[in-house]
Design a protein around this ligand. Sequence first.
Ligand code: DC
Length: 237
Amino acid sequence: MKKIIIAIDGHSSCGKSTMAKQLAKEIGYVYVDTGAMYRAVTLYAMRHGFYPDEGIKEAELKAAIDAGNIQISFKFNPETGRPDTYLNGEKVEDEIRQMDVSNRVSPIAALPFVRALLTEQQQAMGKEKGIVMDGRDIGTAVFPQAEMKVFVTATARVRAQRRFDELMGKAKTQEEKDALNFEEILKNVEERDYIDSHREVAPLRQAEDAIVLDNSELTREEQSAWLLERYKEIVQC
Ligand code: DC
């Protein structure tokens, strides 16, 4: 069967990665979470003091990128059945999902030199096709020629609730659970929507030829079945 590129874009916390991952598994494709790449760059900037409260030290971050000091890779984890994100050889899958990174990632993702670096790496990953990539600009900027494009959305409240439940499930202690605040998560979701859709370079928008999926009312199983059907329709053409 012919191999294609599948681009899945949409708002934050709308379940894109869950459905993209599931589809990749079902059809034997490689799955790439591009949000994880922006998160890894953010973690690097935070760890190196390039992201103080006053704002990002762009010149320092750009110098680190130009010097090749930020290497991001993925390694499949057979225990979880999904790829883990590595920053310069260190597994950072848990760190990049924390709220402090979530709160800072959108301004990093708006920097043109960060986007240029990651877009190039993402295009290289899709050279052989057979890839499911999720993000914000995959169908518009990274692979405008992708054979299958899906734009996923759901209301901000539904997305914040999903994020809250996910973080609650991951929290190891009562203290971590008590620290979670739904309103704060909702604010973060809304702020990221705004920054992601209003930045100058590759803003989040629906590609004209994308199929739209509002999954506010769908279960995971229903979404997965819907996505698999669309894939079958496209490869059979
Ligand atoms: O999907 P996510 O929430 O892990 O993404 C983290 C941030 O990275 C989000 O604010 C948008 C940004 N992002 C982007 O600008 N372009 C992508 N292709 C993927 C993510």
